[in-house]
Design a protein around this ligand. Structure first.
Ligand code: NAD
Length: 554
């Protein structure tokens, strides 16, 4: 049978345009790249990652987006509503070429039940974060964030590295699959429980995971041997986390570090209930979704309860951004929030400096272009040894998926400087084609998500969602190439509002001005948001960098 992607999803490379300008071409190539079978988790269903995070609403809409991008003039803007192209308006040369709104539902109705009803009627899709905003770059997109998290955790609890420790986690999907690699990069041993063996195979193929087993005894033995030898090793263990954790406790096995990245944000299409094979889960999901959700939520409560028990027995435990604590709490498990989220525990200081998962992609398809930009980082940011170590490790360990790309956490000032250098390199012909520069929505000033990025804000402003909206608006007027505003990414419906931006470096003077504006205001919003919440580090950064904040004294 012919796959849905055949004859539709193309690997456009090189300098030949299929559109009327590089900005439209960039959007087209990135949309195709999101659905490249080497990149997406289930491209035949338009699913990119994160449960049912999609790039377009359905194949008809995908075809219409492609057609629209091919016809779009250089002074027009395409509007996309939950993965469906709905209008093209005349704007101007500096305006975004695409504006995207995904999965937004009026707050009082913002839950999965309403979403599924709308989805069934063909009125909506789930955009996750980078899926519906066309800047997903495979598991690499999250590796550095995961590496940053585990590095900081190691620093806080074990000295400089995770050497001689075992980290237990679950979920080796599109994003969660980065965990085993990140843990080994920080020198530790990782057991990653995953219910779907094909996901483990994919991580092994792409060198994100070292070995797999379906035996709990073998996983524990391999992990303990590697721990004793001080060796880094990652083990994919086939199993269901809500069953395996209690079994581990029964055998007296407690890891040093514990977290989870199953798709718990979505109890129907993400999490697999306890005791179920994938086939049984798929059948029940179709035949009785209400029963499925009930079992799924009960299993999550069991899973979180086992996590708390392991924490009580000494495991350094944190939530990894999938909202599993909320579900367990709603199920009546009182201690669900006893362990912290990863942002307040390890990441917030970086957000205060406007740092976050900044990324760029070589539209040429030539890995040499990324190698040259890596060299720039090593040269221009040589004062930042942590960053330079990251780049060297990434060059060695990260296999590109789809278009060659790189990620690294840069902050205010650094992003604009690096963006200009990239644009100059395109202008001079040093790079063989334009580069797109973007980021995850999980960034310092682009998301409101009280159980994740904005958990435990100093001033209690966790649920204030004006910030991502301001972020999207300032990036649009600044001239980002495409801008997106989404609801429900990471943690599911009702729990987050977030914005994305991507900007093209095509070597022109106009692009240079746009890059300067957008790559200043975007991380600037991160500083502003954290200054407003009263963080000293953000206040110092704003003063030092001269960010203009009307009510900041001194
Ligand atoms: P994904 O859907 O691609 O993968 C989830 C994986 O979990 C799947 O492979 C699935 O088989 C597995 N799984 C489901 N139930 C399981 C169970 N009971 N036991 C063992 N394995 C099970 O999703 P993803 O893109 O990897 O994202 C995972 C979660 O992390 C999502 O909730 C996402 O929103 C969140 N997320 C967090 C961050 C972060 O930085 N912390 C970033 C992106 C996504």
């Amino acid at each position: 049978m012919k796959s849905n992607t055949e004859g539709r999803v193309f690997r456009y490379r090189g300098t030949e345009l299929h559109t009327k300008g590089w900005q439209q071409e960039a959007a087209l190539r990135m949309l195709m790249n999101n659905l490249d079978p080497d990149v997406a988790e289930r491209p035949e269903d338009l699913v990119v990652y994160g449960g049912i995070g999609k790039a377009a609403r359905n194949w008809e809409s995908f075809d219409a987006i492609v057609r629209s991008l091919k016809e779009l003039e250089n002074d027009e803007t395409l509007l996309v509503q939950s993965g469906k192209p709905v209008a093209i308006f005349k704007t101007h040369l500096d305006a975004p070429r695409v504006l995207i709104a995904n999965s937004n539902i009026v707050p009082a109705y913002a839950n999965w039940e309403t979403f599924h009803e709308l989805d069934k009627k063909g009125l909506m899709m789930y955009g996750q974060m980078t899926a519906g905003s066309w800047i997903y770059i495979g598991s690499q997109g999250i590796v550095q964030g995961t590496y940053e998290t585990f590095s900081e955790l190691a620093k806080q609890h074990f000295g400089e590295s995770l050497k001689g420790t075992i980290t237990l986690t679950a979920g080796l999907g599109g994003m969660g699959g980065a965990q085993p690699l990140a843990v080994t990069m920080v020198g530790g041993v990782c057991i990653g429980i995953e219910v779907d063996e094909t996901r483990i195979d994919r991580r092994i193929e792409t060198r994100y995971t070292d070995v797999k087993t379906d035996s709990l005894d073998e996983a524990i033995r391999l992990a303990e041997e590697a721990k004793a030898a001080g060796k880094a090793l990652s083990i994919g263990l086939i199993g269901n986390a809500s069953d395996v954790l209690p079994e581990m406790i029964a055998r007296g096995f407690i890891p040093d570090v514990l977290t989870d990245q199953t798709s718990a944000h979505d109890p129907l299409n993400g999490y697999i209930p306890s005791g179920m094979s994938l086939q049984d889960a798929a059948k029940l999901r179709k035949e009785n979704p209400v029963e499925y959700v009930k079992l799924s939520k009960a299993s999550m409560a069991k899973h979180v309860s086992a996590m708390v028990e392991m924490m009580d027995k000494g495991a350094v435990t944190f939530d990894y951004g999938n909202n599993i604590r909320q579900v367990a709490k709603d199920e009546g498990f009182e201690r669900a929030f006893d362990f912290p989220g990863f942002v307040p525990a390890y990441i917030r200081p970086q957000f205060c400096e406007g740092k976050g998962p900044f990324r760029w992609v070589a539209l040429s398809g030539d890995p040499e272009d990324i190698r040259k930009t890596d060299e720039v980082i090593l040269r221009e940011f040589s004062y930042n040894t942590h960053l330079c170590n990251w780049i060297k490790m990434a060059q060695d360990k990260i296999q590109f998926q789809g278009l060659p790309s790189r990620i690294c956490w840069l902050g205010y000032g650094e992003r604009a400087r690096f963006g200009k250098i990239i644009n100059d390199m395109v202008a001079s012909g040093e790079l063989s084609a334009p580069i797109v520069i973007g980021r995850d929505h999980l960034d310092s000033g682009s998301v409101a998500s009280p159980n994740r990025e904005t958990e435990a804000m100093k001033d209690g402003s966790d649920a204030v969602a004006d910030w991502p909206i301001l972020n999207a608006m300032i990036n649009a007027v600044g001239g980002a190439t495409w801008v997106s505003l989404h609801h429900g990414g990471g943690v599911g419906m009702g729990y987050s509002i977030h914005a994305g931006m991507v900007i093209l470096a095509d070597g022109t003077k106009e692009a240079e001005a746009r890059i300067e504006r957008v790559l200043t205001s975007d991380p600037g919003m991160g500083i502003v948001r954290h200054v407003d919440a009263g963080y000293d580090l953000a206040i110092e950064t704003a003063r030092e960098k001269g960010v203009n904040i009307p009510m900041l004294e001194g």
